[in-house]
Design a protein around this ligand. Structure first.
Ligand SMILES: [Cu+2]
Length: 170
């Protein structure tokens, strides 16, 4: 009976670790520009009601793009893009009302689709997100390949291997 509690505890621990790993991956940011001389500019506004002024942004592939984020809301927001292919996850950090900030990023040389969102806790869940279409787009690259998801089966396999001898000993 005691071992069932151990297994329950370890399960909870693994689930919470999985959650934390996902968060770490989502918040990886680049701090320096990855290209200079942008040939295209995109301006996105954060607005009241937990939304951006657009739900889809289209940019060419393999292009140096300047993203500018303007916060038109009284709450703080940021602009975060999930990395895909050769493009790291990047973020224009939290900005206050009326403030605009920019980041210059080289888009990957692939036709794909990724997500943009506000990473302030709770905002994405309330609708502050959209799609970033690169080139002619494609399947959402994030739906099938979250690094956190690949770690979960590994943790579970390890857990089962550890649990079997404990169960047998009883
Ligand atoms: Cu926000």
């Amino acid at each position: 009976m005691k071992y069932k509690f151990v297994i329950l505890f370890v399960s909870i621990l693994l689930i919470s670790m999985y959650g934390n790993l996902s968060i770490v991956n989502a918040e990886k940011t680049v701090t320096t520009d990855t290209c200079s001389n942008p040939t295209m500019s995109v301006t996105i506004a954060g607005q009241s009601g937990f939304k951006f002024n657009v739900t889809e942004i289209k940019v060419p592939k393999d292009t140096c793009v300047k993203f500018t984020f303007v916060n038109e809301d009284s709450l703080i927001h940021d602009f975060t893009v999930t990395g895909v292919d050769s493009m790291d996850t990047f973020q224009i950090p939290e900005v206050n009302k009326g403030v605009a900030k920019s980041i210059v990023i080289k888009t990957p040389n692939v036709d794909t689709t990724t997500d943009f969102y506000c990473s302030v806790p709770g905002h994405r869940e309330q609708g502050m997100e959209g799609k970033l279409v690169i080139g002619s787009g494609g399947d959402d690259a994030n739906k099938s390949s979250s690094p956190g998801f690949e770690l979960l089966p590994a943790f579970l396999a390890l857990f089962v291997l550890l649990a079997i001898p404990i169960m047998k000993r009883k």
